[in-house]
Design a protein around this ligand. Structure first.
Ligand code: ADP
Ligand code: MG
Length: 248
């Protein structure tokens, strides 16, 4: 099943996940998940390890079979496919690997073999992409030597070409230091405003949520609670899911 503009959500566009269930072998990994991400919103998907967060993102990306409906709605539009940008959980690169940021973009954006180097128009396109994440200075760095925050910015720049309707990020803050986290969240905030796109991200860094997320969805195979960040973070469901005692 694809993600289509279908019309429907009355006055605004949104990503609608309706009764989505996923079974892997005999395990019911997701059960009747319902959530909406309205255009321009940042929604955080949280839950303990093994809760099914990455599985839900894979279903949205069409990489995992599911029951239920996943739709992208735009008022008045009919069956236009939504463009999704995806930033996977940080891959690791060998520090000795000669692959540069420019090479990585060449592999992803062009059919030209990376060993031929970037021609001028492609290098300009890469610069334009990196500019969106304030990362022009990273173009000739080796990917394996980037810090966690720099690598996330490069992967983000790749996911933004071409500009998607929805940006999906799986644990973008893991492996990023505290200063890098704030920088990355500020950047995501700037990007969603500049390009009017929706962001759905998974994270374990709850301290960032009140400032940056419009909504938080807590899952543990099913939706336990969703709403404003403060309401979810102060809920019994949150404390129970993360085995916290009252007052923590
Ligand atoms: P989260 O991202 O919340 O940590 P995942 O979506 O990665 O959780 O995994 C949810 C559950 O589904 C886990 O129990 C995991 O073992 C199982 N799972 C995920 N992918 C597979 C797979 N390819 N094969 C078998 N089980 C899987
Ligand atoms: Mg995961």
């Amino acid at each position: 099943m694809g993600l289509f503009h279908t019309g429907g959500c009355k006055d605004s566009c949104c990503l609608k996940v309706q009764n989505v269930s996923v079974k892997i072998g005999d395990d019911q990994v997701l059960q009747d998940i319902n959530l909406h991400v309205h255009c321009g919103q940042m929604v955080a998907l949280i839950g303990p390890n093994g809760a099914g967060k990455s599985t839900l993102l894979k279903a949205l990306l069409g990489q995992r079979e599911y029951d239920g409906n996943i739709m992208f709605s735009v008022p008045g539009a009919h069956r236009v496919k939504a463009r999704i940008g995806y930033v996977p959980q940080s891959p690791t690169f060998d520090p000795g690997d000669p692959l540069s940021v420019a090479d990585l973009f060449a592999c992803c954006l062009s059919k030209r073999p990376a060993f031929l180097g970037l021609n001028k128009p492609l290098r300009e396109l890469v610069m334009q992409c990196l500019k969106r994440v304030h990362g022009e200075d990273l173009i000739d760095k080796r990917v394996g030597t980037l810090s966690g925050g720099e690598l996330q910015r490069v992967l983000l720049a790749l996911a933004l070409e071409p500009i998607p309707n929805i940006l999906i990020l799986d644990e973008p803050l893991s492996g990023v230091d505290i200063e890098g986290m704030t920088n990355l969240m500020d950047m995501l905030d700037e990007i969603r405003k500049n390009f009017d796109l929706s962001i759905l991200m998974t994270t374990h860094d709850f301290s960032m949520l009140p400032k940056y997320a419009d909504r938080v969805v807590l899952i543990d195979h099913k939706v336990l609670i969703q709403g404003q960040p403060e309401d979810v973070l102060n809920s019994d469901e949150f404390r129970t899911a993360f085995h916290m005692k009252e007052g923590c």
